[in-house]
Design a protein around this ligand. Structure first.
Ligand code: P1T
Length: 383
């Protein structure tokens, strides 16, 4: 068979029918250990922190979707991020994009700084800032694109070229775009990380993470750390992500379609100051979006022409959009980054970045478009 396409891989890779029963779905191997015939003589599995067949199926499937040679699954996006950081040693310096998930900023600043790592946060929408931030001890570039929550888009080809030239490990958190809309490894990036809690799982019913890479040395070290540190997902959560992946392409198309409608609606609304969505021509990196991504994703951020009280009124009045952290599930969510997901970022830095009191982030679900627009229209009338 010729090279399988994305939709087919999501359903089949790593998921051959069970050899003993013919079960079409990968079984949930709810076991901690595996019986050995004699010491060291086993069927490839010794202990489920080290390897588990349900997890292995997920790791294979995710690797195929990101066009990676290797995949590793974790118990959360943060556990995956932490293992990527295990590639570094005290004294190493990381150049990171300035807008990123609050929890990522927190683990960098409040955990890894104490282990002697150094971090610079720079606006990587201007690639020349990479050279400005470069130090003798720089070892890694960390990028989210589109970023959380301001949806900045960063040129991954330029990042990977710079990283190669200066011997840096390049890492992209591909949670917002998903491999359906963006494949960083194909642009020369070394490592992709995911919070599979989001679109990959897709149904707001699990917390998980993943690392994908084609670099043998990085994989070997991270695989070692996955087992040594132990932040592995349980087999039931792996099953749920595998189940979610089967409809990833369908869901992403619907998320995007609805997000386009929402972004257009908000752009035309008089109570809205600005709308940030990679699919709007007004997005500062719209040209790059078209070059680098196959679609725009399902997240829309916007600022109200109001203050914190107005934002709170709006959020209270929403009925279909639930006020909650997280994103990427089939149901629509609304987030106030300043108070919720990005509260770990110091207020002065939030203000500098543009995470204002009236900034709202919407994860547009796959409900009926008209219902979603009606919900927004109604809530905006109370601002
Ligand atoms: O929540 P967890 O699965 O541990 O993933 C952390 C994480 C990593 N990377 C990005 C880009 C993320 O958005 C997240 C988690 N984000 C949220 C919970 C949120 O609401 O933004």
């Amino acid at each position: 068979m010729s090279q399988m396409k994305f939709e087919t891989k999501a359903i089949h890779i790593g998921q051959e029918p069970d050899k003993t029963t013919g079960a079409i779905i990968v079984p949930i191997y709810q076991t901690s250990t595996y019986v050995q015939e004699s010491p060291g003589k086993h069927k490839g599995y010794e202990y489920s922190r080290t390897a588990n067949p349900t997890r292995l199926a997920l790791e294979k499937c995710l690797a195929s979707l990101e066009e990676a040679r290797f995949g590793l699954a974790f118990s959360s996006g943060m556990a995956a991020i932490s293992v990527v950081m295990n590639l570094l040693k005290a004294g190493d310096h990381v150049i990171s994009c300035d807008d990123l998930y609050g929890g990522t900023y927190r683990i960098f600043e409040k955990v890894y700084k104490d282990y002697g790592l150094e971090f610079s946060y720079v606006d990587l929408t201007s690639p020349e800032n990479l050279s400005k931030a470069l130090r003798k001890n720089s070892k890694m570039v960390w990028v989210e694109t589109p970023t959380n929550p301001l949806l900045k888009v960063i040129d991954l080809k330029k990042v990977s070229e710079f990283a190669k030239k200066h011997n840096l490990i390049s890492v992209v958190d591909n949670t917002f775009a998903t491999p359906y809309f963006q494949k960083p490894l194909s642009l020369g990036i070394d490592i992709v990380v995911h919070s599979s809690t989001k679109y990959l799982g897709g149904h707001s019913d699990l917390v998980g993470g993943a690392i994908l890479t084609s670099n043998q040395a990085y994989y070997d070290r991270m695989k070692f750390c996955q087992n040594a540190v132990g932040g592995v997902p349980g087999p039931f959560d792996c099953f749920l992500v595998l189940r979610g992946l089967k409809t990833l392409s369908l869901r992403m198309r619907e998320h995007e379609d609805n997000a386009i409608q929402v972004a257009n609606f908000l752009s035309a609304h008089k109570k809205v100051k600005r709308v940030i969505f990679p699919g709007l021509k007004s997005h500062p990196d719209y040209k790059l979006v078209q070059k680098q991504m196959n679609g725009f994703g399902g997240i829309v951020s916007f600022e109200l022409r109001s203050n914190l009280a107005g934002a709170k009124r709006f959020l209270r009045k929403l009925k279909l959009f639930s006020l909650a952290e997280s994103l990427g599930g089939v149901e629509s969510l609304a987030d106030h980054p300043g108070i919720m997901t990005h509260s770990s970022i110091p207020p002065a830095l939030r203000r500098k970045l543009g995470i204002s009191d009236s900034l709202i982030r919407l994860s547009v679900g796959i409900e009926n478009k008209e219902d979603l627009l009606e919900d927004l229209r109604r809530a905006l009338s109370f601002v």
